[in-house]
Design a protein around this ligand. Structure first.
Ligand SMILES: Nc1ncnc2c1ncn2[C@@H]1O[C@H](COP(=O)(O)OP(=O)(O)OP(=O)(O)O)[C@@H](O)[C@H]1O
Length: 372
């Protein structure tokens, strides 16, 4: 609830009109045409002295609605309560049950923080209102079980057919690390690894609390070799996000990642620059240890979005090494806000680029259209 200490009685109709006008005009990266042009449904109710704003939206964005609510409280001297219902559609048809959209998180180069970013983005999407799962596609070096702090747990099966995924703080998760020991998987040949992956994707009961996951995040293995290409080709990925660091070598590999997804016709939702800068906790100075502006320039050059930049931060490393997510450890930190903003941007990109209901989604030209 967003309270204004000076709120007083005002004409209900007048205030509702002002709120509506504000929301029509409010434009941001997330709402390029104003909020009310994007909502599926919107309603204002007055409950005692509090205005309840009920939004139905096609992507998760609780954090941005909270920013808007605070502005409304200050502007109109009112109390506000928010309610967000999500109406997320699958943007690509597929036959995997319990999942609406699959988002691949990839990096050309290893060690850039892809898994750490995947886990934090998964929790950030949840904080924004979505139902989320994570699948570790790194058969040879799974790190998700450790990062979620559940490395010693094992999935069960109720019906002997589907595996019940593990759940860490509400996040549904599956990884080869839950099923076999590290040494067993390292000796597997390519086809065995690929069939283990496809079993985890297709034979997991992803549905949680009776509802399909809005997003399944796939933490891809690092690189752009045959394994990655096959995964990108075989899995019905709705969109891919590339994680990079600002070093030249990582950026070159990020470009290889963009080209790989282009080749298999998977849309790239954007680039995330991890370890982009170091922020001194004492003096607030930003230092660009690994270079500056690289991810921005490849985003411009390849016409993809720069979804956000994350600092090199000791808490991110400590939290992930300790099997926690920084987004959960401190829900009101600047780092959490950054992850949540990137998560909203990524989900909005998926909607604006690909959802048939979005006014921005380019019309897909089919052979039939061309003939007409
Ligand atoms: N923004 C960050 N600030 C500080 N440390 C980070 C940050 N992002 C990741 N790390 C740390 O960097 C190390 C590598 O991260 P991570 O395992 O996520 O990389 P990766 O790209 O998934 O690696 P791999 O290529 O092996 O799959 C970890 O110790 C992690 O805690």
């Amino acid at each position: 609830m967003f309270k204004n200490p000076f709120s007083s009685n005002k004409s209900e109709q007048n205030v509702s009109d002002k709120i509506t006008e504000f929301l029509n005009k409010y434009k941001s990266d997330l709402f390029p045409d104003g909020v009310l042009n994007t909502v599926t449904a919107f309603n204002i109710k007055l409950n005692k002295q509090t205005y309840l704003l009920e939004f139905t939206l096609p992507f998760p964005c609780q954090g941005e609605l909270e920013i808007i609510a605070k502005e409304l409280v200050t502007l109109f001297d009112i109390d506000i309560e928010l309610s967000l219902t999500l109406d997320i559609k699958p943007v690509r048809s597929h036959s995997i049950s319990g999942i609406k959209n699959i988002i691949a998180i990839a990096s050309g180069k290893g060690g850039v923080g892809k898994s750490t970013t995947s886990v934090n983005l998964a929790y950030a999407l949840m904080a924004e209102g979505a139902k989320v799962g994570i699948l570790d596609a790194d058969i040879y070096g799974p790190s998700i079980p450790t990062m979620l702090g559940i490395e010693n747990q094992r999935p069960s099966s109720v019906d002997g057919k589907l595996m019940q995924p593990l759940v860490a703080n509400g996040l549904t998760a599956m990884s080869i690390g839950f099923l076999v020991s590290d040494t067993d998987a390292t000796v597997w040949r390519g086809p065995m690894a690929s069939s283990a992956f496809s079993q985890m994707l297709n034979e997991t009961a992803w549905q949680i609390d009776g509802g399909a996951l809005d997003y399944l995040i796939i933490d891809m293995p690092p690189g752009t070799g045959d394994i990655q290409l096959t995964l990108a080709q075989k899995v019905p990925v709705a969109g891919a996000t590339i994680v990079t660091t600002p070093q030249d070598i990582a950026l070159k590999d990020a470009v290889k990642g963009i080209n790989m997804f282009d080749k298999v016709k998977v849309p790239v939702l954007g680039v995330i620059e991890n370890m982009s800068y170091h922020l001194c906790e004492n003096c607030g100075h930003h230092s660009h240890l690994f270079g500056e502006g690289g991810a921005e320039s490849i985003a411009t050059q390849y016409k993809v979005d720069l979804l956000g930049q994350l600092p090199l931060n000791v808490h991110i490393r400590e939290d992930s090494d300790a099997g926690k997510s920084s987004v959960l450890v401190n829900t009101s930190s600047d780092i959490t806000s950054l992850y949540r903003k990137i998560a909203r941007n990524m989900a909005a990109q998926l909607y604006y680029q690909l959802d048939a209901n979005s006014p921005y989604t380019p019309e897909i030209i089919t052979v039939k259209n061309i003939e007409e």
